[in-house]
Design a protein around this ligand. Structure first.
Ligand SMILES: Nc1ncnc2c1ncn2[C@@H]1O[C@H](COP(=O)(O)OP(=O)(O)O)[C@@H](O)[C@H]1O
Ligand SMILES: O=C(CO)[C@@H](O)[C@H](O)COP(=O)(O)O
Length: 463
């Protein structure tokens, strides 16, 4: 039996799954925590990867491995391959003014969409490069190569021999702001614009099922990809499937054969891991809104969910911009509670408002994707937040459509494992792994909840 391993190096933790390459059956798994914070030394990701691999019983017996990881994070390397400064993560908003500068320097949002399908916001790698160039010129001058979290981990799995052996894939490259998913090529002019004339080496963009190296134990290393592209691959997403992920980020994405061109910047024109496109809306505030609300109420997640389901919100609305927001682009916004009355000032109402506020921000994301031409055949809910029963039960009410919730699992790591099996097979298409029956959640739509959220959403913008 050939085995493959898949990795999800996400914002909060590293997860490893080992699966049968032919059937996809789960053989074993492991995980390890990442440090907190919006800048992280990549070597801590490597520590967590090794700890997660150990927890999964090792990967010396696998034939192929691939890495999925959080998108956009900026890893700067010097001539020797050493890390120049801690990686700036996708949810680090200090680069917001740099993003605005880049948009105006190219002539506006439409110019960026025409060039790379993406309008820079703080999360996009190009904005982080500009921030380093303007604020840490000594680090910028030492930077000989730039890559993304998954590129860097794959490179280390393969021995990290030289900068020229760095490789990435189209899915993750499309989140940099200097790669066009539509034209399948780097825009070195935009890299230079972002890094103020510097031209660091970039990872080679491998084909979706191309091996990019071997581990010390001889396993083939797949190209890997960004976490959202990996999740789509795991779920076998087809046109009409909207994948909603509630992790640290809230993401709504859909595979498409045509690249979107959204000059409003709400929908990013990323690529998927199979050669198609992955129009995507991403928020900064998702599972941690529930974490914070549970903390405020002094309860655990199960109790938060029970409280939320024990009442309606009765006019209480939470706007969940706890960490600023990316979609809409309000990096300085804060969270807010609206509509407090003596009658709704209870832990249960607050719990309900938190779940509904989070779902309303995701529902806005669904609307944006539909406005960009996505069709909705089904909505699939994944990510750590989907473990909340309240989220599962209230999602179809707030979204106004039935919601499929696959069994709790590591879909990003699974997508990476499926890519590894694809690389191993040498075939045109990923292997046909069996999917178990997916429970469908249905509920009467509650448009009044969204209406009330829309009335107050824009009242708090910055401090
Ligand atoms: N039962 C639960 N209800 C709500 N949130 C949960 C539950 N269990 C875990 N989470 C949250 O899910 C998040 C982790 O999800 P995950 O998708 O792994 O995130 P990431 O990919 O960003 O690292 C954490 O914020 C965690 O607190
Ligand atoms: O920035 C994006 C997508 O554009 C995020 O989806 C990151 O890729 C982080 O994902 P999680 O760790 O929250 O799953």
């Amino acid at each position: 039996m050939a085995l493959v391993a898949g990795v999800d190096s996400s914002t909060q933790s590293c997860k490893v799954v080992v699966r049968d390459a032919d059937s996809g059956e789960l053989v074993r798994s492991g995980r390890a925590a990442h440090p907190d914070g919006t800048e992280v030394d990549p070597r801590r990701w490597l520590d967590a990867l090794h700890a997660a691999i150990d927890a999964a019983g090792g990967i010396d017996d696998v034939d192929a491995v691939a890495v999925g990881a959080q998108q956009h994070g900026l890893v700067c390397l010097d001539e020797s391959g050493a890390v120049v400064r801690p990686a700036l993560l996708w949810n680090d908003t200090r680069s917001a003014p740099s993003a605005d500068d880049l948009v105006s320097e190219l002539g506006g949002a439409q110019q960026w969409v025409d060039a790379v399908g993406v309008v820079p916001v703080a999360s996009i790698t190009a904005a982080k490069l500009r921030w380093v160039a303007d604020n840490e010129p000594e680090h910028a001058n030492r930077t000989a190569a730039v890559c993304l979290p998954h590129d860097w981990l794959s490179w280390h799995l393969g021995g990290a021999s030289s900068l020229s052996s760095l490789a990435t894939d189209r899915g993750d490259a499309s989140g940099t702001g200097y790669f066009s998913a539509r034209d399948d090529e780097y825009r070195v002019d935009l890299l230079e614009l972002a890094f103020r004339g510097r031209r660091p080496e970039l990872p080679r963009v491998a084909r979706p099922s191309e091996g990019i190296g071997t581990t010390s134990a001889g396993a083939t290393i797949g190209p890997g990809t960004g976490d959202n592209a990996a999740a789509a691959l795991a779920l076998g997403a087809r046109e009409g499937d909207l994948v909603v992920s509630v992790g640290t980020s809230g993401v709504v994405s859909a595979v498409a054969t045509v690249a979107p061109r959204d000059a409003s910047g709400l929908v990013a024109g990323f690529a998927d891991a199979t050669g198609r496109h992955l129009p995507l809306v991403c928020t900064l505030n998702a599972a941690r809104v529930l974490d914070a609300t549970a903390r405020m109420l002094g309860v655990d997640h199960d109790e938060l969910s029970r409280l939320a389901l024990s009442t309606t919100s009765e006019g209480l609305v939470m706007v969940p911009y706890f960490e600023g927001e990316r979609t809409p682009n309000r990096p300085d916004a804060t969270g807010a509670i609206h509509g407090l009355r003596l009658t709704n000032s209870t832990p249960a109402h607050l719990a309900r408002a938190a779940v509904e506020g989070l779902l309303c921000s995701l529902a806005d994301g669904i609307d944006h994707l539909v406005e960009q031409g996505a069709t909705v055949r089904r909505v699939v809910l994944i990510g750590g937040g989907a473990k909340s029963e309240a989220l599962r039960l209230l999602a179809p009410a707030v979204f106004g459509v039935p919601v499929d919730v696959p069994p709790s699992g590591e879909y990003v790591a699974d997508g990476a494992a499926r890519q590894a099996a694809w690389v191993l097979s040498g075939k045109d298409q990923p292997p046909n792994w069996e999917f178990s029956d997916v429970p469908r959640f249905e509920a009467d739509p509650t448009p009044a909840v969204r209406q009330r959220y829309a009335e107050v959403r824009d009242l708090t913008d910055g401090v």
